[in-house]
Structures are given as structure tokens and as C-alpha cells.
Design a protein around this ligand. Structure first.
Ligand code: RBF
Length: 376
């Protein structure tokens, strides 16, 4: 049995899979399971807990932890390898004891989203943050930096979970057994040295994240948008109101962060009513943009399919008929859990409302820019 090709390990990590990382024999000679925190699922977390010490470290840069109000676990570090441990934490919204695989996965994901507030994280808690050296494995050849670098070379949010593999009798898994474990579970195993070699050949990280951007907003850079003076309307359904309210709140907050001050919200019964209500608002000519927010959850009848199709077409027609950006913010979910996960509820660190708010501002600004060009 032998080590995996570094490219294969990187590919697995990029897709959210596990990788075994082994440091050198004259260091700790430990074999860790590593995965990207934004890909933390209950199943993956449960698997890692089952086969490791059960202590899950979460690795990221110092700034990120401090953003969430976390601080060094000790003032005088006596760890042999100067492991930069921060106070343990649990993401509180939706958590039970904080220790279940689901709760720990939720904490891992929540740490990937800087729009979560510091008071949403308990201190202490059940996940163990460790600060990675910004130089990565090139400056410190540990598991922490290896996990951090795997995020960076794959262009993922730079937050990773790690835990040391152990045998059923509690002893540490060493190299040969780690390779066998990896083969049994189809998990690629690499050494820190392989990653060091790889990093030496790479000049830049792909999609190096802008430190000012909000990671939950895929591809959009919140603070660079200036929506001063824009007038935006939101039309929200009351059906599935807990979800819709949370989406509306995030959309408003995202737009306010872009200096949008004039935002009104109108409510209708269900998603079916959204296009016609939006049409009423657009007819006034008062608004630069509009966001339609609703949540359709599949039931036992065909209702979901028909409404979904109709509302989607309706919103698209408004966009083209009124030449005003109308953002489609209607979740189509197969069950309630999906709806909660997309609206920042039940422990999810992700709220689609944020994306819709930013999308609306961005589309309004695009229109303004081209209107100016047309006048020239
Ligand atoms: N509206 C939603 O916004 N989300 C839903 O999941 C939803 N489910 C519905 C299921 C049934 C069986 C019915 C009759 C209506 C549902 N509605 C839902 C409400 C719908 O959008 C609309 O408000 C009503 O049909 C009245 O026109």
C-alpha cells in the first residue's frame, strides 16, 4: 500500500471528501482525518467521530476566530508544538447539546460564514479551534497547516476540520494502519511532505478569497457594492412564514450593508400571489429593484409542481416587461429541513436571503451604469 497521488487527494478534498494526512515520523507521526468545514455533513462528522479520538479541531486563520469573539485558550502556551489553541465553541442556533454529529457539523459550517454573529457562538463549547500559520505547510509542517492549505489549494473557504485516527482500543493509528484504513474506506492518504512539495510548485492559490467578502455570497463581493439612493421593494409570502421572515431579514441586512436605505416589505398569502402583487408595485414606477421571497415545500399533491412553474414564469415575465430587476427568491424545497437549511435556521450557517439582497443591488447598479452609457 502506498500514499495517494497529491492531485487525487486534492480532488477528493475539493469535492468535500475526507483525506488522511500524516506528518513526519520525527514530528508527531500522527494520522489525521481532514475535511473542508463548509462540507461538514452529519454523516461525515459522525464517521470521523467514530474513527478518531472524537475531539474535532477546526482550523482557520486567527482573524476569522476573533471575528466570532473567540480568543486564545491560554496566555502561556506550553504545548510541545506550540499548537495555537483557541477557546472551544458551539454554534448555538438550533443546537441541542452541541456534541451530536449534527451539532458539530453545524458549528463547522457556521464558522465558514462571517455573517454569523459572535454571540451565536458559545464559549466554551464542543469544537476546538486551532489557528493555522498563514504561511501554511511552508512555514509549519503540521496537520493544522496541511488542512488549511488543502482548503486554499482547492479554492475552498479556508476552514477545515481535523481529528486524529485511533484504533478501537484507543491507541493511535500509525502509518501502515492508516494506509489500510484509507484503502478500506476509499480515503486517499498523503503526507505533509507531499503537500509541501506541491505548494512549492504552486505560485498562487485559486480563487484566493477576498478577506473582506462574505463567504456565503457565492461569487459576490458585498462591501464593494454601493447601493446609495436605491429604492427596493420586497414582496414576501406569509406561507411558511418562519422561513420567509428569516430570508427577508437577511435580504434587508445585506442591502443595508450596501447603503440601501429605502426598503419596503409587502406581504401576500402565498407564493402564488407574489407575481401579481409585484406587478402592482412595479406599476408605480417607484422602485429600482424588487425581490420576491417565498418558500414552496413539496406536499403530497401536484400543487408544488404547478405553482413552482407558474411563479417562476411569472417572475421572469415581470423582469422583462418592466425592465426592472426582479430577483427570484422563492425556495423550492422537497422538505422542511431543506427550507430551514437555506434560510439560516436550525443551525445552518447559510441564508439565501443574503445572496438575493446582494444580487438585487448588483442588478440595479448594472442597469444604472448602462442607462448612463445610453444617455451619452
Ligand atoms: N404557498 C407557498 O408559498 N408555499 C407552499 O408551500 C404552499 N403550499 C400550498 C399547498 C396547498 C395544497 C395549497 C392549496 C396552497 C399552498 N400554498 C403555498 C399557497 C398558495 O401559494 C396560494 O397562496 C393559495 O393557493 C391561494 O392562492
Amino acid at each position: 500500500m502506498s500514499w495517494a497521488r497529491i492531485e487525487d487527494a486534492i480532488q477528493a478534498f475539493k469535492g468535500g471528501g475526507l483525506v488522511i494526512v500524516v506528518d513526519s515520523v520525527d514530528r508527531k507521526d500522527e494520522c489525521d482525518l481532514v475535511f473542508a468545514a463548509d462540507h461538514a455533513t452529519t454523516e461525515r462528522m459522525a464517521f470521523v467521530i467514530r474513527h478518531s479520538t472524537g475531539i474535532i479541531y477546526v482550523v482557520a486563520e486567527k482573524d476569522r476566530f476573533e471575528h466570532f469573539g473567540l480568543h486564545p485558550a491560554t496566555q502561556s502556551n506550553t504545548d510541545r508544538f506550540l499548537n495555537k489553541a483557541y477557546i472551544s465553541t458551539t454554534f448555538l442556533p438550533g443546537s441541542s447539546t452541541g456534541l451530536s454529529a449534527a451539532d458539530r457539523a453545524a458549528t463547522a459550517r457556521a464558522l465558514c460564514n462571517r455573517s454569523n454573529k459572535a454571540d451565536a457562538f458559545s464559549k466554551p463549547g464542543h469544537m476546538f479551534p486551532v489557528v493555522a500559520d498563514p504561511g501554511g505547510v511552508l512555514t509549519r509542517p503540521g496537520h493544522t497547516e496541511a488542512a488549511f492549505d488543502l482548503c486554499r489549494v482547492t479554492g475552498r473557504t479556508p476552514v477545515a476540520c481535523i481529528s486524529e485516527l485511533t484504533h478501537d482500543d484507543g491507541t493511535m493509528v500509525r502509518r501502515e494502519d492508516a494506509l489500510a484504513f484509507g484503502q478500506r474506506h476509499s480515503i486517499p492518504a498523503i503526507t505533509v511532505d507531499q503537500l509541501i512539495e506541491y505548494r512549492r510548485t504552486q505560485v498562487e492559490f485559486p480563487n484566493a478569497p477576498n478577506p473582506d467578502s462574505v463567504p456565503s455570497i457565492r461569487g459576490l463581493d458585498l462591501p464593494t457594492l454601493d447601493g446609495t439612493g436605491l429604492k427596493i421593494a420586497i414582496v414576501s409570502a406569509r406561507w411558511n412564514s418562519v422561513v420567509c421572515e428569516s430570508l427577508v431579514k437577511a435580504a434587508k441586512e445585506a442591502m443595508e450593508a450596501c447603503n440601501v436605505k429605502d426598503i419596503i416589505v409587502e406581504y401576500v398569502a402565498g407564493s402564488y400571489e407574489i407575481p401579481s402583487a409585484a406587478q402592482v408595485l412595479l406599476e408605480t414606477g417607484r422602485f429600482d429593484g424588487l425581490i420576491c421571497i417565498g418558500c414552496l415545500i413539496k406536499g403530497e399533491s401536484m400543487h408544488f409542481e404547478y405553482i413552482n412553474e407558474g411563479v417562476t414564469q411569472g417572475v421572469m415575465r415581470l423582469n422583462l416587461d418592466y425592465k426592472v430587476p426582479v430577483v427570484y427568491g422563492i425556495l423550492s424545497c422537497l422538505n422542511e429541513d431543506q427550507a430551514l437549511a437555506r434560510s439560516g435556521l436550525a443551525g445552518s450557517g447559510h441564508n439565501s436571503g443574503t445572496e438575493w439582497g446582494v444580487t438585487c443591488v448588483e442588478s440595479c447598479l448594472l442597469k444604472k451604469r448602462y442607462r448612463r452609457v445610453a444617455r451619452l
